[in-house]
Each structure stands twice: as C-alpha cells, then as structure tokens.
Design a binder for this molecule. Structure first.
Ligand SMILES: Nc1ncnc2c1ncn2[C@@H]1O[C@H](COP(=O)(O)OP(=O)(O)O)[C@@H](O)[C@H]1O
Ligand SMILES: [Mg+2]
Length: 256
C-alpha cells in the first residue's frame, strides 16, 4: 500500500480548472520535489492534501485512510503537516512559544485552545519544551529561543518554520517554497535540514523554484502545469522532458 495516493483530483475556481485530474503516489521515506510555473496549482494541491480545501473530484488516501473529506486538524493528527508559502508566525510570542504552539496545533487542537494552554501550562510542558529546544538547535536557532517572532529575520523565520514542521511528529511533511527569498547561506542550511529530516525517516514533498537545488536534493521530481501533472520522474528525465521545457520556456520549436 503506497503511503499517499492522489487519485484523479480536480478543483475549479471561478470556472478555471486549477487541478486537472491529478493522480500520483508517494512511497514512505521518499523525498520528492514539485515544480511548475506560477499559478500551476502547486499550493492548491498542498491545500487539498492537508484538508484546507476540498477537491471537487477525486480521492486522497493516506496510510490506507481516505482523507479527502476530513478537516485539517484530523488530517494533521493522522500525520501530515505542512508549511505555508506565507509564514504563519505569532509576532508577539517568543520563538519557543511558537514552537510549543505548532506542536499542539499539529496534534489537532484548535488554535485558540492551543495558544491558551501553551501560555497557561508552560512550566508543565517539560517534554514539549525539551523537544522544541532540540529542534531549534537542529536548525541553528537555539540562541533565538527567547526572541519575539517579530524580531526574526526572514531567513530565521523560514528556519523556524522547518523546526515547527519537525516538532509536529508528522511523518508526511509538505513544504511550500521553504527556501524562497532567503540568502544563500540560509538556503544551504534549510536544504541540509530537509535532507536530515528525510534521513530521519520523514516523507517529504516540497515545492521549489530553484532547479539546481531541486536537481541536487530530489531523486524524483513532479511537474505541474495549468493544474495538470505533466511529468513525474528522475531529475535527468525531467530536464530533458519536452512537456517540461515547453511549460517553462514556451515552444522550443520556434527557436530550433
Ligand atoms: N482560493 C482561491 N480562489 C480562487 N482562485 C484561487 C484560489 N487559490 C488559488 N487560486 C488560483 O488557482 C491557480 C493556482 O494557484 P496556486 O495553487 O496558488 O499556484 P502555484 O502555487 O502553483 O503558484 C491560480 O490561478 C490562482 O489564482
Ligand atoms: Mg504557490
């Protein structure tokens, strides 16, 4: 039984077909990159898998359980976590509190009660604090544990977002452009962390625009264009795939 199965997923927005009959499967412990031009439906696909959006059609099966009709908190509890293209961070909470909150929220608590409990029983959460600090060290943010969210740089926020995904204990992690907008040094750190996370046994699907990085990191690349899955394979196949070249560079024939 594959770890994740997407079966004929479709989604319309205002008459536009944003996901067009997408089918794919992930195996446990795979590290897979998803690429595609802007607006090709990548984030929408993540929204569908994580339950933030209901597909019009199709099935999503995770570890043998049909999840396409479940709400995001139930899906999170089954072991899927995701990051957002725009980082979700509480500016007035410390980095550590943000971590604790992410762990609880991912356990399926409502955001409000997660926030409330985190502030209230902070002292009692020894185990969660220990784990959060471990993951902060892992991404190199231990020294920032008491800083307010608002005082982190953009790159540090991206790293915190990864640490939050680690802390969730999910076994499928969806990362939406985890390295976009960061400096090269931070990018390298984020990549190392994604690799470590994968070596630790997590299954990871990540959206990334940097082709060089994708080629280096992933053994499998999935390509979306206008909501359709146009290619799925080893990086060497993908860079030579005519549909992919057309999606990115237009009709090459006119240049031939
Ligand atoms: N909630 C929404 N309502 C209407 N249109 C949307 C919504 N979310 C995404 N879209 C549209 O769906 C298409 C795919 O968007 P998206 O999945 O964000 O693409 P990508 O992440 O690949 O850049 C775009 O045309 C976008 O405008
Ligand atoms: Mg997107």
């Amino acid at each position: 039984m594959p770890f994740l199965i997407l079966e004929n997923l479709s989604k319309h927005f205002d008459g536009n077909l944003v996901l067009d009959n997408v089918s794919l499967q992930l195996k446990e412990r795979e590290l897979v990159a998803m690429i595609g031009p802007n607006g090709s439906g990548k984030t929408t696909l993540f929204n569908a898998i994580s339950g933030f959006l209901k597909p019009d059609q199709g099935k999503i099966i995770f570890k043998g359980i049909e999840i396409n009709n479940l709400p995001p908190n139930k899906i999170a509890r089954l072991g899927i976590t995701r990051s957002f293209q725009r980082i979700r961070l509480f500016h007035q909470l410390s980095v550590l509190d943000n971590m604790l909150l992410a762990a609880r929220y991912n356990e399926g608590e409502k955001l409000f009660s997660a926030l409330f409990r985190t502030r209230l029983i902070h002292k009692e959460e020894e185990e969660n604090i220990k784990k959060s600090l471990e993951y902060l060290s892992f991404v190199g943010l231990f020294d920032k544990k008491d800083s307010l969210g608002e005082n982190l740089s953009f790159g540090q926020r991206k790293l915190l977002e990864l640490a939050m995904a680690f802390a969730s204990d999910a076994d499928l992690i969806l990362l939406d452009e985890p390295t976009s907008g960061v400096f090269p040094e931070t990018k390298a750190k984020i990549i190392q962390n994604i690799q470590k996370l994968n070596e630790d046994g997590k299954t990871i699907l990540f959206i990334e625009h940097d082709m060089e990085l994708v080629m280096r990191l992933a053994k499998r690349i999935i390509v979306l264009d206008h909501g359709k899955l146009i290619a799925d394979g080893h990086p060497d196949e993908i860079v030579n795939n005519e549909h992919v070249l057309d999606a990115y560079f237009g009709k090459r024939k006119s240049y031939a």
